[in-house]
Design a protein around this ligand. Structure first.
Ligand SMILES: C[S@@+](CC[C@H](N)C(=O)[O-])C[C@H]1O[C@@H](n2cnc3c(N)ncnc32)[C@H](O)[C@@H]1O
Length: 679
């Protein structure tokens, strides 16, 4: 004759989602231990039994961060019926390791329209079947919903272990058992964001966030919910997602004691909202905790499914690891397993600047289309703006009429070093190419600008004035104003093809092209796209040259007339470094670089009125005259990874007659020249 007390105990455990097979050996041991005294076992709703089960489970736990799979497809014949006949439940005894709770429809109100989750998801809500350990279900493909889940982190688990052995509290650990949360509502309180899962495909991903969550002392809670005596313990906060966009936020709390009823989820949310509003005095649009939770899920899903995000984070500096936020984005491998390592210990690349996770909406891996030595990505982290429309060119291209005389014959022996070999910088006597820089090379052996040379370029501000300035003529052809002056630039002359040195010669820097890790990004200050470095840069580092179509002044005027000034997004650069030496400069002869339609990454460098970290230096490579040259940008100071690269355009913001309307400067410099902030 079967002891009805045994059945009662099995049923009590079953109500907590613990299968008979798990209970049986433990109960047997307990009966032995307590000398078949059921009083001890039945006390406090089988607390001793629960404790013993959990203790045993903890002992058995080998892999604390094991991945559990949960089959959520209601259409699939369930292997275990959590709501049906108790006997059918016994197959669920394989659940001896960590896992997660799955909530059912009705635990919290359905998501609002604003959640961005298709309504069909809600209507397809079905009771979820939990089949821990059934990893094969993950490979069913489309239409066979499955989730990959991650158990609590090691830290949390070990804390659990200690709490279960010391506190004598019945612990319901997520996923340890097939759990029907309707039946154990309060021990593990979870928030369901989406009531059902859509078709999940292979490659489901899951995340795990460890969060400090308050645990409510239920003794006090009985008297007053708001008087809950919160005790800070590390708990579990899971985000579960599928590539098809369904995300669940699951918060597992361990309560000291079982509670007598299931609180309404709306009431819980309302309480928390009130608390948050009280504490943080939030103003603005109506605050909704549910919306916040939904947003967390949405952002998680975006990030988890964004391959661009992966590429983005790969480029971030290893030093970022020292900064505080850890990306908990799940990384599912082909076996649909999540590498616990990657979750608890993020790769350097998964840690972000300013403690913020980045959520790129638009990401282009390489805007240069392979034209440069390095890839240059473009990212809009906050929005989803249209990528800029232009053709990437790594070198200047003549539009039509510009005369750029590049010929070997025009390079005199004074302007090249055919007798050199190897690296000119290591030669005891500087070669002829250093003549332009007063017999000293402008570059150091490290490939940087010589600090003294850089200083003289920046500080020696000489101006030349044309007799008949092309820029003034462009503003008012009939009555041009007097030349406002052009700064006299120090030139660099690099070795080139007519030189005997190798391509690795230290006096060839700009011609080798971009070597630094750069990124175009959408600036938060309203400057449009900007350029930033993804690596720390030393002072005097070559960044890039300003590349565009080589146009004559006349051609540029025509372009300006055709387009409304404020529609243009780039500023053409006048190659005016030597204008002062010409008595009269013909508009068909004066050259400009226009990067509006064809350009390189320099077209994204924004202006800064003061203390810009880039400085432009004219560089002669294939021609020795000052009529056409390369305009190269070098750092004026050390620049940290992720800092924006800026350049002083030399704009006169008060000059309203300029053919291109000046923008409203948002450079943020204390001594910003755009004082009036018009436009
Ligand atoms: C050479 S482009 C730089 C890239 C540009 N931000 C973009 O989105 O393509 C010059 C234009 O950028 C914007 N810009 C550059 N520096 C700025 C600043 N300091 N404040 C506001 N806008 C700026 C202006 O619209 C200007 O016409």
């Amino acid at each position: 004759m079967r002891n009805p007390k045994v059945d009662k105990a099995f049923n009590a455990m079953k109500n907590l989602g613990i299968a008979r097979e798990t209970v049986k050996p433990v109960l047997k041991q307990l009966l032995k231990l307590y000398d078949r005294n059921w009083e001890f076992i039945e006390a406090e709703n089988y607390r001793a039994l629960l404790d013993a089960i959990f203790e045993q489970k903890e002992e058995k736990r080998v892999d604390v961060n094991r991945i559990q799979s949960i089959d959520c497809d209601g259409s699939e014949p369930p292997k275990k019926n959590l709501h049906g006949d108790p006997e059918e439940d016994e197959a669920s005894s394989t659940v001896d390791s960590g896992g997660i709770l799955v909530l059912n429809k009705g635990d919290i109100p359905p998501p609002t329209q604003s959640s961005g989750i298709p309504d069909t998801l809600n209507s397809s809500a079905k009771k979820k079947q939990v089949e821990p350990g059934s990893c094969s279900s993950l490979h069913k493909g489309k239409g066979q919903p499955s989730l990959v889940m991650i158990s609590a982190s090691e830290k949390i688990t070990s804390e659990r272990a200690s709490s279960s052995s010391c506190s004598k509290s019945p612990l319901v650990e997520s996923g340890s058992f097939p759990v029907d949360t309707e039946k154990i509502p309060v021990r593990s309180s979870a928030l369901k964001i989406h009531s059902a899962l859509p078709d999940l495909v292979e490659g489901s991903s899951a995340g795990n966030l460890s969060a400090k969550l308050p645990v409510c002392d239920q003794e006090n809670a009985k008297e007053s919910t708001s008087a809950c005596n919160f005790q800070r313990v590390e708990q579990k906060f899971d985000i579960i997602s599928s590539p098809s966009g369904d995300v669940k936020l699951c918060c597992v709390l361990t309560l000291e004691k079982a509670t007598s009823h299931t609180p309404d989820m709306d009431a819980v949310l309302k309480l928390v909202e009130e608390e948050i509003l009280r504490l943080h005095k939030i103003e603005g649009p109506p605050f909704s905790l549910k919306t916040i939770l939904e947003d967390v899920c949405k952002r998680f899903c975006e990030l988890a499914n964004d391959s661009a995000y992966q590429s983005l984070v790969k480029t971030t500096s290893a030093e970022m690891i020292s900064q505080d936020i850890v990306c908990t984005e799940p990384v599912a491998n082909n076996n649909h397993e999540v590498q616990d390592e990657k979750i608890s210990k993020p790769e350097p690349s998964q840690v972000f600047q300013n403690g913020r996770k980045r959520q790129p909406q638009l990401f282009i891996d390489d805007i240069t289309k392979g034209e440069e030595n390095v890839k240059i990505s473009l990212v809009d982290e906050r929005g989803n703006r249209e990528p800029p429309k232009f053709f990437y060119i790594p070198k200047n291209i003549i539009y039509q009429k510009a005369i750029v005389n590049i010929s070997l014959a025009r390079i005199s022996d004074e302007d090249c070093c055919p007798a050199c070999s190897g690296d000119c910088l290591s030669s005891p006597v500087p070669c002829a190419c250093a003549r332009v820089t007063n017999g000293e090379f402008a570059y150091t052996e490290d490939g940087l600008l010589d600090p003294q040379f850089l200083r003289s370029c920046i500080t020696e501000n000489k101006y030349v004035y044309c007799q008949d300035c092309p820029i003034e003529r462009a503003k008012n052809d009939r009555k041009p104003e007097k030349c406002k002056g052009h700064s006299v630039k120090k030139f660099i002359k690099e070795c080139w093809s007519k030189c005997g040195c190798t391509t690795r010669c230290g006096n060839r820097v700009v011609q080798r092209g971009i070597t630094r890790n750069l990124q175009v990004f959408w600036t938060p200050e309203g400057k449009g796209w900007g350029l930033r470095t993804l690596e720390d840069l030393p002072k005097g580092a070559f960044i890039c040259e300003y590349v565009g179509e080589v146009v004559t002044n006349t051609e540029l005027d025509e372009r300006n007339k055709q387009s409304r000034g404020d529609e243009r997004h780039t500023y053409p650069v006048h190659l005016d470094a030597d204008w002062g030496s010409e008595s009269i400069l013909d508009d068909d002869f004066a050259l400009c670089l226009d990067a509006t339609n064809y350009g390189n990454v320099a077209r994204f460098i924004n202006h800064k009125c003061n203390n810009a970290n880039l400085f432009e230096i004219p560089v002669q490579v294939e021609s020795a005259d000052h009529h056409y040259y390369h305009l190269a940008f070098f750092t004026t100071q050390e620049v940290k990874a992720f800092e924006e690269l800026t350049w002083d355009y030399g704009i006169d913001f008060d000059d309203e007659s300029h053919p291109i309307k000046a923008f409203r400067c948002r450079c943020g410099s204390e001594s910003c020249r755009n004082k009036t902030q018009k436009g």
